[in-house]
Design a protein around this ligand. Structure first.
Ligand code: FES
Length: 123
């Protein structure tokens, strides 16, 4: 008698969802609202964000510093680095990576799109 065997592969639900989900585009502000070298806080449902203009390129991070109560849109911006005005920790605006302690955890960044003079993120 021939014996057949079957192999079942189970995909994690999260993996299937990430493949099937199309990104959601969220409008944040006009490019005119954020001058080069400056930042603006934007709140949308569920997110508190900082929109940065680095030499005409726009980047979006979470506004909350990962170290404490500082807000990055209030920080000192030098090129593509923002210094939190609470304890002077720094983050790279483009990547979210920590650029100076006491911060240890990178800040979340968002895929940023500029279209027709508006800044959007995709989540
Ligand atoms: S709260 Fe930002 S460096 Fe401490």
């Amino acid at each position: 008698m021939e014996r057949r065997s079957s192999i079942y592969v189970s995909l994690p639900t999260a993996s299937v969802k990430s493949v099937m989900t199309t990104p959601t585009r969220i409008e944040l502000c006009s490019t005119q609202e954020v001058a080069p070298g400056e930042a603006k806080r934007v709140e949308v449902p569920g997110l508190e964000l900082a929109v940065f203009n680095v030499d005409g390129q726009f980047y979006v991070t979470d506004d909350a510093c990962t170290h404490g109560p500082g807000l990055l849109h209030e920080g000192y911006i030098d090129g593509d680095v923002v210094e939190c005005n609470f304890h002077n920790g720094c983050f790279n605006i483009r990547t979210g990576e920590v650029a100076a302690p006491p911060c240890m955890i990178p800040v979340k960044t968002y895929r940023t799109i500029v279209e027709n003079g508006k800044v959007f993120i995709e989540t």
